[in-house]
Design a protein around this ligand. Sequence first.
Ligand SMILES: [Zn+2]
Length: 445
Amino acid sequence: MPLSLLAERPAGNYPVGMGMCNYPGCRRESWPSSQDGSCFFHCDDNGSREDDARKLWDEARRLASEGGCDFVGWHFPECPDRTGFEGCELSGADFSGAVFQDANFTGSRFAGPARFDGADFRGSAFFGQACWSGSASFRQVKFETLAGFDDARFESSAAFDAASFQTTANFAEARFDGQATFTGAAFGGLANFDHCTFTSVRFGQATFNLATFRSACFGEEAYFRQARFVQGDFRHAIFRDCEFSGVVVEDELIFSPPSPPLPFVPARPFRPSEHGEVPYRLAKQAAQARGDYRSAGEYHYAEQCAIESARRSHAQWRPWRGDFWNRHTNILWCWFEFLLARALFGYGERPARVLLAGMVVVVLWAGMFYAFQGMGPGELTGGDLACCRVTFPECLHFSVVTFTTVGYGDFKPKPSCRFLADSEAVLGAALMAMFVVALTRKYMR
Ligand SMILES: [Zn+2]
């Protein structure tokens, strides 16, 4: 960081008024009033007299209007007339490592890429209504008081990675047309993103104190993985694709229930849900946040159904392609999932279905044993396997014993019907395991 180099250099190394500015890469003469041998623009007490400050701002605006916008490491004192860069046209401005006592970029236009990496805004920073045609880079910037980006427009990418906003960050009604990244950014005060329009935004590992995203619109990806919130308000926000895994919430995260209220189960099981899965996911998160786990479970079921039916409607029977076992295009797999995971198991939300399926299997198999006379008394009871006809209650008893894999040995399958008994034992073990899992999921939240 060039700025810290400047601070660490011992005073008196560069005698006043002799030689060049000690800021790396600066070719200006050092300023006679400077304590540490830096030039007028890099000196941190260049604003102690008002005419000095005026002179510096005039020069800065002149440079900006000429298009030579290298302000790396500059020290901007308070602007005497408070205008700063208000309404300025800046092309390819580089403010990396600059220190602003006071920054006003209201309504300015950044035609080329603008870099503010590592800049330090000690007073309030106004970027309201500024328009950025090129990329905007605010990596590791420190905003010590208000950062106002309300109504700003970022036509290209905007990077605020690891930026630190110590009080209010106001991005209300800002518009991000390109990718916006706030990875690891820290919002100490209110983070206001109300009515903000994002294309694709990444807030991974960002920390929020109080964040409001009311009526914000997330056009593509909204990535909040491992972000930390004390309180987050997403009422009426519109999501297309969101990722909230690993989010830590200290107080609460508010999602408005989608309106009109979502049905728990997508209306027609054989058609993809008209809502898609995202509203169900948000409704689930909202229900979890308010501790309504029963509704959360129902929304989880609806979300999984929506995912499953969308996948099934995209699946095609194309065994001649190399992707026969590709789960996204294989219709066989989709129907297998539909029958087993959704209809039978209910994504872990329907233990009664599994229980019912178990009973059906027991009775059905008993009927088959009876019809084929596929069993007889075993050696334990001293009976002969082929001696006599078995009754239906005996078949039912044998079916239950096989299903539950108990195996008393009082009855035995005939060798020709062993596969029947074996298949029932396998089904029984699987269904009982599924029943336990579904029951646990439903009641142990
Ligand atoms: Zn200099």
